[in-house]
Design a protein. Structure first.
Length: 238
């Protein structure tokens, strides 16, 4: 495994519906916080009314991770509520600001409304597209590239790297993760864009590390779950 995940400045997480990008954004924030990075997390997901970063606001608050959310009375709204805090976060991200944007082209349009803020002098911006190769429309390199084009056109931002999030929820095996890793390597080569990391659920991390893959692994402790399930307990992982 090649080192830890190293990100700074503004990091935008995008992905098509079902890619798991919100879970990735949450766990990425937790991972960086555990490594001593000062993290802020903004919820810009205006498409999916169920699994959104705002659902973990209590956990984040308990850890001292600031979240930028719509006003309390609008937390369940599916409206493009962009408070002045969002623009302020982009202009002054501090050490690390993670923005969880909506799924596919429809959700990415909210980023276009923030285009001027992203162009601020000296802004350090990275945009990572999350790919789950076991979801429709991202099962091949060509499909992933087409989805990237859709997201870029809607957001007016360029994807700068990839995050592999191969999973089938509770049915996921280490072989699925290896298969996803192989696709992501091919995608990185075809696009010329770096692979930031792949993900693995906590029970599969040890097996994934034993594969000797040449990219960092982001441990996923699932926080965004249906009401009848409990989120995974959070604790720092070396």
């Amino acid at each position: 495994m090649a080192g830890h995940i190293d990100i700074k400045g503004i990091v935008v997480i995008v992905g098509n519906y079902g890619s798991g990008k919100t879970e990735v954004a949450v766990n990425l924030a937790l991972d960086q916080h555990a490594r001593g990075v000062h993290v802020r997390l903004a919820d810009l997901d205006l498409v999916n009314p169920y699994f959104r970063t705002r659902e973990v606001r209590r956990l984040m608050a308990s850890l001292g991770i600031e979240m930028i959310l719509p006003p309390e009375g609008w937390l369940q709204a599916d409206l493009p509520i962009l408070t002045p805090k969002v623009g302020g976060l982009i202009r002054n991200p501090g050490e690390l600001a993670i923005l969880d944007a909506g799924g596919d082209g429809v959700g990415a349009t909210v980023l276009a409304a923030l285009a001027d803020a992203f162009q601020a002098p000296g802004a350090s911006l990275q945009v990572f597209q999350v790919v789950n190769p076991f979801r429709p429309n991202t099962q091949t390199v060509a499909q992933c590239l087409a989805m990237r084009s859709t997201i870029e056109a809607a957001s007016r931002l360029k994807v700068t790297g990839w995050i592999g999030n191969a999973h089938l929820l509770s049915e996921t095996t280490a072989d699925h993760i290896r298969e996803g890793h192989d696709l992501m390597q091919a995608l990185s080569k075809a696009s010329g864009l770096p692979l930031l990391c792949i993900t693995a659920s906590e029970p599969l991390v040890a097996q994934t590390r034993d594969m000797g893959l040449n990219c960092p692994i982001l441990t996923i402790r699932r926080q965004l779950v249906p009401p009848w399930l409990k989120p995974a307990a959070w604790h720092a992982i070396d």
